[in-house]
Design a protein around this ligand. Structure first.
Ligand code: AP5
Length: 212
């Protein structure tokens, strides 16, 4: 199965992706996580992309598309794309690349949440740099403040979750990624999900969309 998760920053894509990965056995491929891992490890790719992430802007298509195909060609069958595609050019590259390999997407799930809620979620998000677990200081706090329940590592706030960068990320989403909703509607495989519900309720809707 091949699945794409669309939605604005903070909609809950990463949160749902972890649950989908567990329940359906799909490999979770998050372009944001791959970029952050490269920045953390100070790789040449990390050095190239750091300024884009810090500024809330998209990494250039050429770089992103090459990186994603490199990863997808190792996965072949069952994966879940979180944060890719994000531009029409990326979506075309995905559609054409899949066609060349005799493959197609099974589902595109778009999680929708209004802007004030997104800002609240992103400003309160804390993540574990070690195992990737995600928390929220009010809605989903760890048992011990600032410490990951899963691996005991200290939690951090993502550099791009600062207020001004969040505003830029939302603008970039509207201008460059939102047009993908019409793109996938035209392909006939887009499902809209209201993401403004508790995590498990959103997941129930996601599961229903995948099983349908
Ligand atoms: P990326 O890492 O993909 O960030 P994003 O799309 O901005 O999404 P987020 O990770 O911020 O949010 P999310 O939807 O996963 O929400 P989460 O589950 O964490 O990309 C970062 C950057 O990398 C980009 O800005 C760009 O520079 C670059 N990049 C990445 N992909 C690229 C591409 N394809 N092309 C070019 N550049 C690219 O949840 C958020 C918070 O809400 C958490 O605290 C969580 O606990 C809470 N929460 C989640 N669900 C719920 C719920 N149902 N109710 C209450 N709270 C909830």
């Amino acid at each position: 199965m091949k699945l794409v998760l669309l939605g604005p920053p903070g909609a809950g894509k990463g949160t749902q992706a972890k649950k989908i990965e567990q329940e359906f056995g799909l490999k979770h491929i998050s372009t944001g996580d791959i970029f952050r891992e490269n920045i953390k490890n100070k790789t040449p790719l990390g050095e190239k992309v750091q300024a884009y992430l810090d500024g809330g802007n998209l990494v250039p298509d050429e770089l992103t598309i090459a990186m994603v195909w490199d990863r997808l060609d190792q996965e072949q069958d069952n994966y879940l794309l979180d944060g890719f595609p994000r531009t029409i050019e990326q979506a075309d590259a995905l559609t054409e690349g899949l066609q060349e390999r005799g493959q197609a997407l099974d589902h595109v799930i778009c999680i929708e949440v209004d802007a004030p809620t997104l800002v609240k979620r992103l400003s309160g998000r804390r993540s574990c740099p070690e195992c990737g677990a995600v928390y929220h200081v009010v809605d989903n706090p760890p048992t011990q403040e600032g410490i990951c329940d899963v691996c005991g590592h200290e939690l951090v706030q993502r550099a791009d979750d600062k207020k001004e960068t969040v505003a830029q990320r939302l603008d970039v989403y509207r201008a460059q990624t939102e047009p993908l909703i019409a793109y996938y509607e035209a392909q006939g495989n887009l499902v809209h999900i209201d993401g403004d519900h508790p995590v498990d309720d959103v997941f129930a809707a996601v599961r229903q969309a995948i099983d349908a």
